[in-house]
Ligand binder design. Structure first.
Ligand code: T1G
Length: 698
C-alpha cells in the first residue's frame, strides 16, 4: 500500500507504485468550493514537483463524484484558485491525469473531468452541465472542451437542457473513454495501470479540433428565443459554445466573460434561491419524528384528484386501493388512472414494460372496509364538509390503528375534520395540485392536534412521490389558495376599471408566468371560482369591492375551456378573446358607472404582484407558512410562478419592503379595505429587513 497524506483533509493522495490516487472527500456531494480547489491544486503541484508519479487518477468518496462548484459561494468574492485556472493547470499537466467518476458528475465536476486526459465512468454514472438551470452556463471550460469531444449539437443539447446524461450515452458521445463496473478506488487503480501500460490512451481535450456547426448554433438561438424568451444564460451559453471554434485560450476568455455576466443577473439569484428553497422547506419542527410505514395507500374518490393521487402513488411504487361508491364511478376512476399511466409512458416517465405491473398494484373496490390495511388513506371527494366528516367518522372505525387519515381538501378546516374521529392525532391535510401525478407541490396541512410522526409521514410521502412538501397551518385556502384568492380580486378590479382579460394575461405572461390569471381560470373552470365566491358570500365584509363579471359569465354557462367559451373562445386555436364576454365586462362597467381607463402593462404587473406579496406577507405573519421560502416554494411548484424570479417573496426582496409599502399606501387611496399594509411589511420597511433575513432566521 502506498503512503497516504492529509487523511483529515478534503483531498487525499495515495501512492501505489507509480500511480498517484487523488481522492476528493467533501460530503455530501463533493462540491468544489475554494478550499477543496486549493487542496487539489496543492496536491497536483506536489506530484508534478516529485516527478515520480507516472499517472494521476482523480476519484472521489461518497455516492457523487462531484456536484460541481459550491453554489453557496456565489455572490461572495471569488477565491483562488479559480476553477478555470485550476482546470487549465490539470490539462497542462506533464503527468497524465485521468478522472474516475461514480454517481453524478455535474457542472464544475464534469468540467474537472473534461480537463483530464481520459475519463472513466462507473456503471450508473450520470453526467451533466446543469448550470443554465441556475441562471449560469458552464464557467470552467465546459463550453470549450465538451463540444471538442461530442461535437457542437450534442454539447448544445447537454448545456442548454441541463439534463443528466446516462453513462452509456456519455460513452457513445465521447465524453467517457471507458465504462467500468466496480468500486471507485479499484477502478481508478486499474485505469491508472492501463495508462502506464499503454492500454488506455490519454490526450488533452484542447488538442482535439472542433468541428464548427454554425447552423446548429443558429437553430439553438431561434429555439431559445421562442421557448425561453426571458432567460439570459442559455443564449450566453450558445455564444460561449460558438467561441469553441477559436483557440482554447481565446474561447475560454469568451466563456469567462459570459459566465461573469450571468453571475450578476437577478435571474441567477432567483434560480439559485429556487434551488435551495426546494430543500429548505423540509426543515420543519417535526422533521426528527419517525414517519409511520408507507407502502399501502388508500384513496377515497376516483375523480380527477383521487385518480391523479392514485397515479402518483402507483408511479412511486406504492400499492393503492381505490375506493368509490359505485361500480360505474370506480370504472371511471380506473380508466382515468390507466390513461394517466399511458400518458406517463408517452412522456418517458414510466417504462412501457413496467406499465402493466404498475397498474397491477391498483386494487379497485366499492367497499370502504377494504381500506382496513392501508398505512395512509387519502380522502379526495368533493368539497363538502358534511360529506367529509361522514367519511372520516366511518374511516375511524375501518382504518387500522396507526393509519394516517388525510384529506385532500383545498380549503376546508382540517381541525373540524379531525374532530369527527376518535383519533385526531392521526389526521392530516394533504393538498395535492391538479394534475396530482404531475404537479410537484404538496401542501401538508397540520391540524392543531396532529401527532409529529403523522406530519413526518406526510413529508415522507412527499419525498416518496417526488413532490415538494410544504408545511401549512389551518386557514381558508392554507398558503397558496389563500394568497391566490386575494390577488385574483385585484385582477378583477383591473378588469372592471378598464384592462381586458387578454391584456392582463399578456402582461403577466411577459413577466414570466406560464399563463395569465384569466387563461388559468378558463382552464380550471370558471364554475370553481363561482362556487368559492358563493361559499364565501356570507363572510364577505360589506366594505369589500365585489366584481360580478365572472358570475355573469357563469350564469350564461360560459365556464371556460370545459364548455368551449369563457374569457376566451376555445372553438378556435389559439383561443381568441370571446366577444360576448367582453360585452359582459363592458355592461358591468357601465352598470357600476365606471369610465374605463387604460392601464400600462407595468402597472398591471405592479398591482398584481403587490397584491400577491401583501397577502403572502400576512400568511407568513400569521404563521400559516413557516418562512417566506415556504411561500416561494408553493408558488414555484404549484402556481407556475416564473422560476427565474425565485418566488413572490424573493421577488419582493428585489423591490424592497419600502417600495411595496409605498405602493400599497398609494393604492389605498382608491380602496382602503383591499389595500392594507401588513404589519410585517411595515416593520421591514422601517428597519430595512428582508424576507431573506427571515429565511435565515427561520
Ligand atoms: N453546491 C453546494 N451545495 C450543494 C450542491 C452544490 N453544487 N449540490 C447539492 N448541494 C447540497 C444541497 O443543497 C443539499 O444540502 C445537499 O447538498 C444534498 O443535495 C463553474 C459554476 C447533486 C443531483 O447545479 O443537482 O459548477 O439541504 O438534497 O437529491 O461551471 O444536489 O442537505 O443542506 O440535492 O442526492 C452546478 C446541484 C453548480 C448541481 C444530488 N451543479 N445539485 O441530489 O441531494 S454550478 C449543480 C444537484 C457550477 C461551474 C459552475 C443535486 C445532486 P442540504 P440534494 P440529491
Amino acid at each position: 500500500m502506498g503512503s497516504e497524506t492529509g487523511a483529515d483533509r478534503a483531498v487525499r493522495v495515495e501512492r501505489v507504485g507509480r500511480v498517484a490516487l487523488l481522492e476528493i472527500d467533501n460530503p455530501p456531494v463533493n462540491a468544489l468550493g475554494s478550499s477543496v480547489r486549493a487542496e487539489i491544486q496543492a496536491a497536483l503541484r506536489a506530484l508534478q514537483a516529485e516527478e515520480s508519479a507516472g499517472v494521476i487518477a482523480i476519484h472521489s468518496a461518497g455516492r457523487t463524484f462531484s456536484a460541481g462548484a459550491d453554489i453557496r459561494e456565489f455572490g461572495k468574492p471569488p477565491r483562488a484558485p479559480a476553477m478555470p485556472d485550476l482546470y487549465d493547470e490539470i490539462e497542462a499537466s506533464a503527468i497524465p491525469v485521468i478522472a474516475v467518476m461514480q454517481g453524478m458528475a455535474l457542472g464544475g465536476g464534469l468540467e474537472l473531468a473534461l480537463a483530464c486526459h481520459a475519463r472513466i465512468g462507473i456503471e450508473g454514472l450520470k453526467v451533466g452541465q446543469p448550470e443554465v438551470l441556475i441562471g449560469l452556463l458552464p464557467g470552467a471550460g465546459g463550453t470549450q472542451r465538451l463540444p471538442r469531444l461530442t461535437g457542437v449539437p450534442a454539447a448544445l443539447d447537454i448545456c442548454l437542457s441541463g439534463r443528466k446524461v446516462p453513462a452509456e450515452e456519455a460513452l457513445k458521445l465521447g465524453i467517457l473513454d471507458r465504462l467500468e463496473a466496480g468500486e471507485t478506488r479499484a477502478v481508478a487503480l486499474d485505469a491508472a495501470e492501463a495508462v502506464l501500460s499503454g492500454r488506455l490512451a490519454t490526450r488533452r481535450t484542447s488538442e482535439i479540433d472542433l468541428v464548427a456547426d454554425p447552423a446548429a448554433l443558429e437553430a439553438a438561438r431561434d429555439r431559445l428565443r421562442r421557448t425561453q424568451p426571458h432567460l439570459v444564460s442559455p443564449l450566453a451559453c450558445v455564444d460561449a459554445i460558438e467561441a469553441a471554434a477559436l483557440p482554447l485560450a481565446e474561447g475560454l476568455k469568451v466563456e469567462r466573460q459570459r459566465f461573469l455576466d450571468c453571475m450578476d443577473t437577478p435571474q441567477r439569484a432567483g434560480l439559485i434561491h429556487a434551488f435551495f428553497v426546494e430543500r429548505a422547506v423540509a426543515n420543519v419542527p417535526e422533521k426528527s419524528a419517525t414517519p409511520r410505514p408507507l407502502s399501502a395507500l388508500g384513496v377515497i374518490g376516483g375523480g380527477t384528484m383521487g385518480s391523479g393521487i392514485a397515479t402518483a402513488a402507483l408511479l412511486a411504487g406504492l400499492s393503492v386501493t381505490l375506493d368509490e361508491v359505485s361500480d360505474e364511478a370506480l370504472a371511471r376512476g380506473v380508466s382515468t388512472i390507466t390513461r394517466n399511466l399511458d400518458g406517463a409512458v408517452k412522456r418517458g416517465k414510466l417504462a412501457a414494460d413496467a406499465r402493466d405491473s404498475t397498474l397491477a398494484r391498483l386494487t379497485a373496490s366499492t367497499e370502504m372496509a377494504d381500506l382496513g390495511e392501508a398505512d395512509l388513506i387519502i380522502e379526495a371527494v368533493f368539497e363538502n364538509m358534511e360529506v367529509k366528516k361522514d367519511i372520516f367518522t366511518r374511516l375511524d372505525k375501518i382504518a387500522k390503528p396507526g393509519a394516517v387519515l388525510a384529506s385532500n381538501t383545498s380549503y376546508l378546516n382540517i381541525n373540524e375534520i379531525a374532530a369527527a374521529t376518535s383519533r385526531p392525532g392521526d389526521v392530516l391535510g394533504l393538498h395535492f395540485f391538479s394534475p396530482a401525478h404531475v404537479m410537484r407541490l404538496l401542501e401538508i396541512v397540520v391540524a392543531d392536534r396532529a401527532a409529529p410522526e403523522v406530519v413526518a409521514t406526510g413529508f415522507a410521502l412527499a419525498r416518496r412521490l417526488g413532490k415538494v412538501g410544504v408545511r401549512a397551518g389551518v386557514c381558508d385556502g392554507f398558503i397558496g389558495n389563500r394568497i391566490l384568492s386575494h390577488y385574483l380580486k385585484e385582477a378583477t378590479y383591473l378588469l372592471m376599471d378598464g384592462a381586458s382579460p387578454a391584456q392582463i394575461d399578456r402582461a403577466l405572461e411577459d413577466f414570466g408566468f406560464a399563463m395569465g390569471p384569466f387563461r388559468v381560470s378558463d382552464l380550471a373552470g370558471l364554475d370553481i371560482g363561482w362556487a368559492e365566491r358563493k361559499r364565501k358570500a356570507p363572510m364577505r365584509p360589506p366594505e369589500e369591492r365585489y366584481v360580478p363579471i365572472a358570475d355573469v359569465l357563469c350564469e350564461h354557462g360560459w365556464f371556460g375551456r370545459k364548455t368551449g367559451q369563457g374569457y376566451y373562445d376555445y372553438s378556435q386555436d389559439p383561443a381568441p378573446p370571446y366577444p360576448p364576454a367582453m360585452e359582459v365586462i363592458e355592461a358591468e362597467r357601465a352598470k357600476a358607472g365606471i369610465v374605463p381607463r387604460s392601464f400600462p402593462d407595468e402597472e398591471i404587473v405592479e398591482r398584481y404582484m403587490t397584491a400577491m406579496i401583501s397577502e403572502a406577507a400576512r400568511v407568513v405573519e400569521d404563521g400559516i407558512a413557516l418562512r417566506p421560502a415556504d411561500v416561494d416554494a408553493v408558488f414555484l411548484f404549484g402556481y407556475g410562478f416564473p422560476r427565474f424570479r425565485g418566488g413572490p417573496l424573493h421577488y419582493a426582496d428585489t423591490l424592497g419592503a419600502a417600495e411595496i409599502v409605498s405602493r400599497i399606501e398609494r393604492y389605498a387611496a382608491e380602496d382602503p379595505h383591499y389595500w392594507q399594509v401588513p404589519a410585517l411589511l411595515r416593520r421591514m420597511a422601517e428597519d430595512g429587513g428582508s424576507f431573506d433575513d427571515l429565511n435565515r432566521a427561520g
